[in-house]
Every structure is written in structure tokens, then in C-alpha cells.
Design a protein around this ligand. Structure first.
Ligand SMILES: [Zn+2]
Length: 80
């Protein structure tokens, strides 16, 4: 039996809720940033990967020159 694709309604503000299982399957968490791209007759929602440029941590990030660095790595850099 073919699996049904999840459907959601767009609210008055243009918002939709991305189904939890889809968010989990691509690793999206609350507060993550996404970008949008037209694809044929649809719209692709693409996760914007924010992680530390040194250790790949996704937590406690600060932005510096279009890169992200976690606070732990910032502390280590300050000690150099
Ligand atoms: Zn780091």
C-alpha cells in the first residue's frame, strides 16, 4: 500500500507546520533556520546548516565573518 504524503494547511500568515517525523528525519530542531527554493511546481525547504567551523557543534554558536564558532572553541582560541 503506498504511503500517504502528509498534508498541512497554510494559515492566514502564510505559515505551515512541518510534520514532526519529517523534521526529525532531516535533523531540524526548534530555532533552526531553513531556506526556500522553487522546484518545478513546488517549494523545497532546505535546512541551513549552522555548526561550529572547528568542532561541528550546533550549540552556543556565535557568528564571525559568515562562519559559526561555538563558545567553547572561542574560549580555546582566546587562550592561544
Ligand atoms: Zn566548536
Amino acid at each position: 500500500m503506498p504511503q500517504q504524503k502528509p498534508k498541512r494547511c497554510i494559515d492566514k500568515m502564510g505559515r505551515i507546520v512541518i510534520p514532526n517525523d519529517l523534521r526529525k528525519s532531516v535533523g531540524l530542531e526548534v530555532g533552526d533556520e531553513v531556506s526556500f527554493e522553487i522546484s518545478g511546481k513546488g517549494i523545497l525547504i532546505i535546512p541551513v546548516t549552522k555548526h561550529c567551523a572547528f568542532c561541528n557543534s550546533k550549540h552556543d554558536l556565535v557568528e564571525f565573518c559568515d562562519k559559526f564558532v561555538c563558545k567553547s572553541c572561542v574560549r580555546e582560541l582566546k587562550m592561544m
